[in-house]
Design a protein around this ligand. Structure first.
Ligand SMILES: [Fe+2]
Length: 261
């Protein structure tokens, strides 16, 4: 089925879309104007082994329900997009971002910094461990206020850095989805559904027991510090691996492509 109903450009339901759409006519540039490079080359910024585990960046476990978010990234023909950089960023379990633009005042989690990255493997597969983000109220450019459903921001590099695509992932069964202005700016039901990750019970991990609790590490100073490099011994402490799994496949282009901001 061909979907030809795109959300309007510069839609006021996205607070940032006005910043991401062209406001002037395109300018033609000869091919020779560009530098050409085959495929993405991420060797210089290769993600570290813990970059895909957002629950392992602090000195202790972050608050919230631990989740696995995983899936495949394919092109319009269903071919895997291999070895490409996938980045995510999100609110913590209370709906707060570590971001100077976040003026919500919602509590920050000293053990959760809200960003991660990984490379897809040879089959275009990616996998993150994180916590389920909380919803938060947003004000839109037309002055309207509405709650955003829980979501995770995704950035995917395609065949080159210039083909970076950004989208948002929602959670199956979230009652707030029908009130979320951003996803509902997509008029096509299939387009909205493509942004909703499905609960993947087969890949969910269920362990009743974890390591003994340790003392909280919050020092109470209120000062935010950069995430520590996880070369310390705590990074290797055993942790309860339990996590709900959500499957989120992304198709970069084509009539069944995932919508992007
Ligand atoms: Fe957000």
């Amino acid at each position: 089925m061909i979907r030809n109903v795109n959300p309007p450009l510069a839609d006021s339901s996205s607070a940032v879309s006005l910043l991401r759409v062209p406001v002037k006519p395109p300018v033609h540039l000869d091919r020779g104007w560009f530098h050409w490079l085959e495929g993405p080359v991420f060797d210089q910024i290769r993600p570290g082994p813990l970059d895909a585990d957002l629950t392992a960046h602090g000195n202790g476990e972050p608050i919230g329900t631990k989740i696995i978010v995983h899936g495949r990234i394919t092109d319009s023909d269903g071919n895997p997009v291999r070895h490409t950089l996938v980045e995510i960023w999100q609110a913590n379990a209370a709906g707060g971002y570590i971001d100077s633009l976040d003026q919500s005042g919602f509590p920050l989690d000293p053990n959760f910094f809200g960003a991660g990255r990984c490379l897809t493997d040879h089959n275009g597969y990616y996998r993150f461990i994180t916590i389920r983000p909380g919803p938060y109220p947003a004000m839109f450019r037309d002055g309207g206020r509405a709650w955003r459903a829980s979501h995770i921001h995704f950035s995917i590099f395609g065949s080159s850095a210039s083909s970076r695509l950004i989208t948002q992932m929602f959670f199956e069964g979230d009652a707030l989805i029908k009130h979320d202005r951003l996803i509902n700016s997509i008029t096509c039901p299939l387009g909205r559904d493509a942004l909703i990750a499905k609960l993947d019970i087969d890949n969910t991990i269920s362990e009743s027991f974890g390591p003994p609790r340790t003392r909280p590490t919050l020092d109470g100073s209120g000062v935010l510090v950069d995430p520590p490099a996880r070369s310390d011994a705590n990074a290797l402490l055993p942790r309860n691996p339990s996590a709900l799994a959500y499957r989120f496949d992304i198709r970069l282009r084509g009539p069944r492509g995932t919508y992007f901001e």
